[in-house]
Design a protein. Structure first.
Lengths: 494, 154
């Protein structure tokens, strides 16, 4: 283990990688701070820029972007009452009232340091959690992987938004797109329509950028130009005494973020709200919540940042994305020829450790970039849409072309952009489609391998304790989702 | 269009698409040299059946619960009421034009017109700003992709 750790340090510690982490955090902060742009879109835009890099440099940049965006959603939430990302919605509740009271700087400081502490704690949890889970996963064979994929598909319910049916439909459509190309067992072509370029299947990059970035461009083109008046940005400053005082709230928020983040399908937004309500319940002055409480800001921000480490546990250890952003990150791993999961731990342990160290460094760089971003915020939001979005459009086109130098991929990207736009207009969620697309090849190969081993006997899927465990987890997960749906409906009626 | 109506139409399209997939595209464009789960057709058919069932369920649920006005209004609120697909279509057309021009005459002739058109569609009206931004962005992105990252743009 020590050998791999030193090898990881050797791999990571270079000017290029440190610059990549810093640039990633800075770009992520920018994406999160501009309302309308998201971390998911940011990662999708950064992936093409990483083709030419070594995997560790690429992931330093990507994970920096992830962490930066997760934090900076709080900047517009606190200053202009507009969450930069959905995860910062809970921060608005107390952040903006604090700004109105002239305590915006204190709120920003508390948000920044709560985010950093939550982030560091969750990264440590990721390191231990992922290693333990990956060790267990080395015992997996095709039947266990098949059941794991079945369990993973229940994530779809968690990222389906208001309509689970629409989420399942989107996942099934993604599933069909995943079958395009050569059949994984017999290498017979499927839906290639005689096109040689389709034999490798649909380009993940073209699909990813089309769905998440191009569709966003189309949506933004429709939106009327938002008029943001000049923002008076206070200096982010909070005393250490105040941070120490709020430490129990921050630690509780971090724990909630890690646990909820690691459960596929939940993610940052519910974590932030749960942490907020728990902080209010535990507070001696609950009446201050919603009117400008630093505890509210600390609870929401520590939890939403702590989900990063939690969500990366199933991704790194099992290759299962826990939310939309990690689904896109899984795409990035595959694009770089790496499959997260136990095999990655077995074959590239030094790379895994290097990624973990990069995550810690990204968390430590957050205060530096965050403080600068808060100061620059009034300028960031003043960038005209007519400059920002055309450049994003060209970035999408060049990024997809740069991957395979294939004009076909550009048409595919445009097609998925339109499909994504249509889906969003009709309130179909995009993330399940991506999850269906990514999981189909893994699931199909595992199921068919398992059936080959068992000579077609389906009982192979319940032949080991691990596969039975996943089956039970799948049933429990469905029961939990059904219960939650019924409860939500009852509450909505009431 | 009310959400309930669009959901019913979406459901009908999905059921129709799954029928086309199941009865035409899969038999004609996926070879079946095995049977059961080992067949290359098994998983595409499974996905197709799920789409069909999902489409039918969407229609059924929408008709049965027949979205109360409140639900419909909530769902409508998710999109910009002032929005029109026309601008999105123009942007898609401009991007399609870029792809054609890019293959035909190369990056340096394709990128500036796209940036200029998109700037106009996103609200820029000052010709000088449009021309300058298009020129600078074209050069800067070429520097990033071709010179910096060594990614081919031709």
């Amino acid at each position: 283990m020590l050998t791999e750790l030193f090898s990881a340090l050797d791999m990571l510690i270079s000017i290029q990688n440190l610059v990549a982490i810093f640039a990633g955090v800075a770009f992520g902060v920018f994406m999160g701070a501009v309302p309308g742009l998201t971390g998911t879109m940011g990662i999708a835009l950064v992936i093409p820029l990483t083709y030419a890099f070594e995997p560790i440099t690429a992931f330093a940049l990507l994970l920096g972007t992830y962490k930066g965006a997760l934090f900076s959603g709080c900047i517009p939430a606190i200053l202009i009452n507009t969450p930069g990302t959905p995860a910062a919605a809970a921060t608005v509740l107390d952040g903006y009232p604090l700004t109105k009271q002239g305590r915006g700087g204190e709120a920003m400081g508390m948000a920044l340091w709560s985010s950093v502490i939550g982030d560091v704690i969750s990264t440590v949890a990721l390191i231990f959690g992922a290693i333990l889970l990956a060790q267990l996963a080395t015992k997996f064979g095709p039947p266990e992987f098949s059941m794991l994929v079945l369990f993973s598909l229940t994530i779809v319910a968690g990222v389906s938004g208001d309509s689970m049916i629409k989420g399942l439909i989107a996942a099934a459509v993604g599933f069909i797109f995943g079958t395009v190309g050569l059949d994984p067992m017999m290498a017979t072509p499927r839906f290639t329509f005689g096109e040689l370029t389709m034999l490798n299947g649909i380009s993940l990059m073209a699909m990813l950028i089309g769905l998440f970035a191009v569709s966003e461009l189309f949506i933004q083109a429709e939106a009327s130009a938002s008029s943001i008046s000049k923002v008076l940005v206070p200096k982010a400053k909070v005393s250490w005494a105040k941070i120490r005082e709020k430490l129990p709230t921050i630690l509780r928020g971090s724990a909630i973020g890690i646990v909820l983040g690691s459960i596929p399908g939940l993610g940052a937004t519910p974590s932030a709200f749960l942490s907020y309500s728990e902080a209010k319940r535990a507070s001696k002055t609950p009446e201050k919540f919603g009117k400008g409480s630093l505890d509210g800001v600390a609870a929401a921000e520590s939890a939403n940042n702590a989900t990063a480490g939690g969500a990366l546990i199933p991704l790194m250890a099992l290759g299962v994305p826990g939310d939309v952003v990690t689904a896109v990150l899984l795409g990035a791993f595959l694009i770089h020829g790496l499959a997260p999961g136990p095999q990655l731990f077995a074959e590239n342990l030094d790379l895994v450790y290097a990624i973990f160290i990069a995550l810690l460094l990204a968390a430590l760089m957050l205060p530096v970039v965050g403080l600068a971003a808060i100061r620059l915020f009034s300028r960031i939001v003043m960038i005209p849409r007519y400059v920002l979005y055309p450049i994003i459009a060209i970035l999408c086109l060049l990024g997809v072309f740069g991957f395979n130098s294939s004009p076909t991929d550009l048409w595919i990207m445009l097609g998925f952009g339109f499909l994504g736009y249509g889906m969003r207009k009709l309130a179909f969620p995009l993330a399940p489609m991506m999850i269906g697309f990514v999981l189909e090849p893994i699931g199909e190969q595992s199921v068919r391998q398992a059936l080959t081993i068992s000579s077609g006997d389906w009982s192979v899927f319940v032949s080991t304790p691990i596969s039975i465990l996943f089956l039970v987890l799948t049933v429990l997960s469905i029961a939990f989702i059904a219960r939650r749906t019924l409860k939500d409906r009852k509450e909505a009626k009431a | 269009m009310a959400r309930a109506t669009s959901d019913i139409l979406s459901g009908l399209v999905l059921v129709g698409a799954s029928a086309v997939l199941y009865f035409y595209l899969i038999p004609n464009f996926v070879a079946a040299n095995e049977s059961g789960a080992m067949s290359p057709q098994f998983f595409p058919k499974l996905g197709t059946i799920l789409i069909g069932i999902g489409g039918a369920a969407l229609i059924f649920v929408t008709v049965v619960t027949r979205a109360s006005e409140e639900t419909a209004r909530d769902a409508e609120d998710q999109t910009d009421p002032t929005g029109t697909p026309f601008v999105a279509l123009l942007i898609a057309a401009a991007m399609a034009g870029f792809i054609l021009l890019f293959q035909w005459v190369g990056y340096f002739y394709a990128a500036p017109p796209l940036i200029a058109v998109l700037m106009f569609l996103f609200g820029a009206r000052n010709p000088l700003i449009i021309i300058l931004t298009a020129a600078v962005a074209t050069g800067a992105l070429y520097a990033v992709f071709s010179l910096g990252l060594n990614l081919p743009l031709v």
